[in-house]
Ligand binder design. Sequence first.
Ligand code: FMN
Length: 341
Amino acid sequence: MPHRCLSSLELTAAPMEGLTTVVFRKIHAEFFGAADRYYLPFVTPTIEPRFTERQMRELSPQANAGIKAIPQLLTRRAEDFLWAAHALAELGYDEVNLNLGCPAGTVVAKGKGAGFLGDPIGLREFFDRIFAEVLPIKVSVKTRLGLKNPEEFPGLVELYNLYPISRLIVHPRIKTDLYKGDARREVLLTELPNIKPALGYNGDIVTLSDLCSCAQNFSGAPGGLVELMVGRALMADPALFRKARGKEPAGRDEILAFHNALFDAYAALFGSRKNAMMRMKEYWFFQLNLFGENDEISALQKSAKELFRTREIDQFQRCIRSIIDSYALLSETRYGWRKTL
Ligand SMILES: Cc1cc2nc3c(=O)[nH]c(=O)nc-3n(C[C@H](O)[C@H](O)[C@H](O)COP(=O)(O)O)c2cc1C
């Protein structure tokens, strides 16, 4: 039985550069059942109105066959957004997401991502330009609360309300929070009655009960709550959405097979098992949180040290197998990646 509080909601995979790649999306859907949507890590359209071969690796329809994929654009230039939106519609996509949340210094310095939030006049001109056309594709937005101050949020909501944004996904942090501290859910709650577009919530959802409490807390927006988006906790517990739909948690054999499938697919893509191992370490930074009861944590930390230090593929694979075999497999992941502000 699906959890009742979640039955009408889409459970979606957050875009995560380097993690929710074409390789991950396909293999995750195969092993654990597809998320209702997978947002693609951002693509930056340039003045040259064509996607590069590298970008097409993620965007081609074949790369996303059988799943609902939403490409994401990172830009502040309406012209670049427009050509890319048309090109995405031609590839068969029915929605494109605008990134107004990336906090990376190099992105923000160019006024993109969360940096664009600090320029409401520019943002208004951007939306005026893109919505002046009848676009062949819906436009959703993923936003933070503001650049420097959560008090920017009400003004941003007023702005978003002026346009036919198909869905507004809110990650309730400001740029300077990066991913630290707790999501400022109270700011979103206060503003909830004013948000007209259909709402998606993203930020610090770790467990099933987090999914349910977010479903309840954020359901009162006029446009309705339509999705809960999860990033890091889905890397830690790839069966999170399957559990939310009333099915079984991840088993040890399944985690091992999933790991091996990802490893092999990255090795094929990169043409290098060493590079694939580096990538797998990024997943295991999160995945380790699904293992070890409290009294096993210090031993697990030692195993983790060995796992992250090794440069040898055989040793790496031995470490993975030993962690999977030796430590308790938890029914819910720990929030081990939380960083204080
Ligand atoms: C490694 C990494 C890569 C990310 N890449 C993107 C991205 O390409 N586009 C985007 O909108 N957000 C990106 N994010 C932010 C996530 O989509 C999400 O908003 C964030 O992780 C908070 O959600 P969570 O608490 O469920 O993880 C990234 C986050 C991380 C940690």
